[in-house]
Write a protein that binds this ligand. Structure first.
Ligand SMILES: Nc1nc2c(ncn2[C@@H]2O[C@H](COP(=O)(O)OP(=O)(O)OP(=O)(O)O)[C@@H](O)[C@H]2O)c(=O)[nH]1
Length: 637
C-alpha cells in the first residue's frame, strides 16, 4: 500500500472508530430535540424527521461495522468506502439541516434558541468527528447549520437576524477549525505511519539478525566488560556441548583454560583479538581445536560495552591438515628414497616437483633450477645423436593426453651437457576425472648398460688380451664362410702357437707371461686388416681368420702366406717386458719368443671343425719342422 492510500485508510479508520459514539449521541440529541420541539411543531413532522434520522443512523452504523470487520486493502475499494462514508455524513448533515426548517418554530425565540443551540453543539461534535476528512467535515457543518441560519435571517425579527449572524460567524469558525484540525490529524497520521514503518523496519532487521545468529554456522557470544557472557547462539552452545542457559552469565575470568583470554581482552581494548589453538572447555568435556575472532562492542554513546567473539570448531580441519601433512611427509620420504628419478609436470609441461634422485642423476643442486621450468626443454631436448627432439613429438611430454607411457631407450641431458641413457615411465595425474598434469619416473641406465657391456665382453672376448674368444671366433668363421659363399673368394685360417712360452712363465711368473700374451695380440692385430679377425684360442694359441682373399686359390695362398710371414716375423721380434717383484719398481727383461703358424685355405665347402683341425695339423707340422715357421695345410697348397 502506498503512502497516500495508507493515510486515507488511517483517516477513514479513525473516523469510523468514533462513529458509533457519534451516531448514538446524534440519535439521542435528535430524540431530545424532537421531544422539546413537538410542543411547538406538528407531531407528524417531528415523528417523520426522527424516524428518518434513526434510519440514516442505522445505515451508517451498519456501514461502519462492515468496514471495521473487513478493512479494504486495495485503493479502489478504499475509495468506494470513503465515498459511501461521505454520503452517510452528508445524509446525516442534511437530516440535521432539515431540522433547521422542519423544527423551526416561527415567533418562538426560546424554541428557536434551543434548536440553534442543539445544531451548534451537534456541528461542534461533527467537526471533531469528521475533520479527519476535510470534505466530510465541511459538508456536515454546512449541511447541518446553513438551513437554520437562512431561516433565522428570513424570520425578519431583530433577535432572529442577530442569531442568524451569530450562526454564520459560528459556521465560519467551524469551517476554519475543520481545516486546522484536519491538518493536525493528517500530520499526526503521517508521523504515526512513519513511526510504524520505522518500527517495522527495525523489527524486520532484528528478526533477520536473530535468525542469522541462531542459524549461523559459527558460534557467537557477546560478553560485557567484566568478561561475563551476555548472549550466546545455539551453535556456540552446541560447540561447547552445553546449553545457552548455562553459558549465559558465565564469568569467563573463571575459565579453566585461559588461553583465549588475551583475545577476549583485546576486544575490550578496542582492538581485534585472534586465537587459534587447542582449547578445553570448563563446563563440559569439550576438547578440541578452535579459531576465534573477537571484536569490540560499543553502546549508543560509542563507549566500549563489551565484546563479540566468533568461534569456529576447526578440530576436523586440524586433523585433516595433520593427516595431510603426515601423508605429504610420507610421500616426500618415499619420493626421496626412490632410486628412480621422479618429477611432475603441469599441463603446460612445466616441472611441478622433483625428487633427490632426479637431482643426483641429472646433476642439479637446487630444486629451483628445475621447478617451474619447461622440463622437456631442460632435460629431454635432443635425441642421443644430438639431433633436436621437439616437445610435440615427445611421448612423455604428452603423457597427460594418454594413459601410461613406457620408453626404454632414450636419453635425458645432464646439467653438464652429457647424455644419460634412461628408461622412463609416465602417467597422467587425474583429479576428479580431470587431468591435472603427469608424473614421470626414470631409471639411469648408465651402470646397467655398462654391466651389460661387461657381460657381453666376458662372453665374447678374452679378458686378458681383449681379443675375440673361441665363441666369437666361431661366429666370425661362420660370417667368413658365408662371405665366401656369396663372393666365391677363398678365406684363410691361421692357428698360431707360441714357441717356448712356458719358460717365460716359469722364470718370471704368469704376470710377465701375460704381458707377452698381450703384446702378441697387439702385434698380430697390427698385421691384419680391420675386416679380418684375430682371436685368442686359449693358452698361448691364437687364430687369425682372413676373409675375402681371392677367387683364385693360388693367389689366395700367396696372400695368406704374405700375412702369415708378416705375423711370424713380427712375433719373432724381441719382447721388452717389465718385471716387478714384491712391489719393487720393476726391471725390464728382453725375451725372445716365436710362433709356429699352421695355415689352411677354405671356401664355403668346408666346415668350421674341419678347418680348425687341418690348421692344427699344419701348425704341429710347423713345430715339428723346427718352430718359428709357417706351414700350410697339404690341401691348401
Ligand atoms: N702367463 C700365462 N700363461 C698361460 C696362460 N694360459 C696358458 N699359459 C701357459 O702357457 C704355457 C703353454 O704351454 P706350452 O705351449 O706347452 O709351452 P711352450 O713352452 O710354448 O711349448 P711349445 O709350444 O712346445 O713350444 C703353459 O705353461 C701354460 O701354463 C695365460 O693366460 N697366461
Amino acid at each position: 500500500m502506498d503512502k497516500h492510500i495508507a493515510i486515507q485508510a488511517a483517516l477513514l479508520r479513525q473516523m469510523l472508530a468514533s462513529s458509533k459514539i457519534t451516531i448514538i449521541t446524534s440519535t439521542l440529541l435528535a430524540a431530545i430535540l424532537a421531544y422539546i420541539q413537538h410542543e411547538v411543531i406538528a407531531s407528524t413532522a417531528v415523528l417523520v424527521w426522527l424516524i428518518l434520522i434513526v434510519l440514516v443512523a442505522i445505515l451508517r452504523a451498519a456501514l461502519a461495522d462492515a468496514y471495521l470487520r473487513s478493512p479494504p486493502t486495495e485503493q479502489s475499494s478504499l475509495r468506494a468506502r470513503l465515498t459511501t462514508f461521505r454520503i452517510g455524513v452528508l445524509a446525516i448533515g442534511v437530516m440535521w439541516g432539515s431540522a433547521g426548517i422542519v423544527m423551526f418554530p416561527p415567533h418562538d425565540p426560546p424554541h428557536q434558541m434551543f434548536l440553534i443551540f442543539m445544531l451548534a453543539g451537534l456541528t461542534a461534535g461533527g467537526v471533531v468527528s469528521y475533520s479527519a476528512d476535510l470534505f466530510s467535515g465541511i459538508c456536515f457543518a454546512v449541511a447541518a447549520l446553513t438551513p437554520a441560519v437562512v431561516r433565522l435571517f428570513i424570520a425578519e425579527e431583530n433577535l432572529s437576524i442577530a442569531m442568524g449572524m451569530a450562526g454564520t460567524l459560528y459556521l465560519g469558525f467551524m469551517l476554519m477549525s475543520i481545516r486546522h484540525i484536519n491538518r493536525n490529524i493528517r500530520e499526526n497520521i503521517v508521523l504515526h505511519l512513519e513511526a510504524s514503518e520505522r518500527e517495522e523496519t527495525v523489527r524486520i532487521s532484528e528478526e533477520r539478525y536473530r535468525l542469522l545468529l541462531k542459524h549461523s554456522p559459527v558460534g557467537i557470544i557477546h560478553y560485557d566488560t567484566n568478561l561475563v557472557i551476555t548472549y550466546c547462539n545455539d551453535r556456540f552452545a552446541s560447540i561447547m556441548h552445553n546449553s545457552a542457559e548455562r553459558l549465559i552469565g558465565l564469568d569467563m575470568k573463571s575459565l579453566r583454560d585461559q588461553s583465549v583470554m588475551p583475545a577476549l581482552k583485546k576486544a575490550l581494548e578496542g582492538e581485534i583479538g585472534y586465537y587459534e589453538g587447542h582449547y578445553t572447555a570448563t563446563l563440559s568435556d569439550t576438547d578440541g581445536w578452535f579459531a576465534m575472532t573477537c571484536a569490540t562492542s560499543r553502546d549508543a554513546a560509542g563507549q566500549i560495552a563489551g565484546g563479540v567473539a566468533i568461534l569456529q570448531d576447526v578440530t576436523e580441519r586440524k586433523h585433516a591438515e595433520t593427516a595431510l601433512h603426515e601423508s605429504h611427509q610420507k610421500m616426500y620420504s618415499l619420493l626421496n628414497s626412490m632410486a628412480e628419478g621422479a618429477y611432475g609436470l603441469d599441463l603446460n609441461g612445466n616441472c611441478t616437483f622433483v625428487n633427490r634422485s632426479f637431482m643426483r642423476i641429472l646433476g642439479y643442486e637446487h630444486e629451483d633450477e628445475v621447478i617451474g621450468k619447461h622440463i622437456h626443454a631442460l632435460i629431454h631436448h635432443a635425441h642421443p645423436d644430438g639431433s633436436p627432439y621437439p616437445a610435440s613429438e615427445c611421448k612423455m611430454h604428452n603423457a597427460y593426453r594418454s594413459r601410461e607411457i613406457h620408453v626404454l631407450s632414450e636419453v635425458f641431458w645432464h646439467k653438464n651437457g652429457s647424455a644419460i641413457p634412461i628408461e622412463y615411465w609416465s602417467r597422467p595425474i587425474i583429479v576428479d576425472g580431470i587431468v591435472q598434469g603427469a608424473i614421470a619416473t626414470f631409471l639411469d641406465l648408465t651402470e646397467r648398460n655398462l654391466a651389460e657391456a661387461q657381460i657381453r665382453n666376458l662372453a665374447f672376448y678374452d679378458t686378458l688380451t681383449q681379443l675375440p674368444n673361441r665363441r666369437l671366433l666361431n661366429d666370425r668363421m661362420g660370417q667368413a664362410l658365408a662371405a665366401s659363399k656369396r663372393s666365391g673368394r677363398y678365406g684363410a685360417l691361421m692357428l698360431l702357437d707360441l714357441d717356448n712360452f712356458k719358460p717365460l712363465n716359469d722364470t718370471f711368473g704368469h704376470d710377465v707371461g701375460d704381458l707377452l700374451l698381450i703384446e702378441v695380440a697387439r702385434r698380430i692385430s697390427g698385421c691384419i686388416r680391420e675386416t679380418d679377425t684375430v682371436a685368442r684360442f686359449g693358452g698361448d694359441e691364437y687364430v687369425v681368420v682372413l676373409s675375402e682373399l681371392d677367387i683364385d686359390k693360388v693367389e689366395s695362398t700367396r696372400n695368406a702366406d704374405i700375412v702369415a710371414e708378416k705375423i711370424r716375423a713380427s712375433l719373432a721380434e724381441p719382447y721388452l717386458l717389465t718385471v716387478r717383484q714384491n712391489g719393487s719398481a720393476g726391471s725390464t727383461v728382453e725375451y725372445h719368443c716365436t710362433a709356429s703358424i699352421g695355415v689352411v685355405l677354405f671356401n664355403y665347402h668346408a666346415s668350421r671343425e674341419e678347418i680348425l683341425k687341418q690348421a692344427d695339423i699344419a701348425m704341429y707340422r710347423a713345430k715339428a719342422s723346427g718352430r718359428n715357421r709357417v706351414s700350410f695345410d697339404d690341401q691348401s697348397t
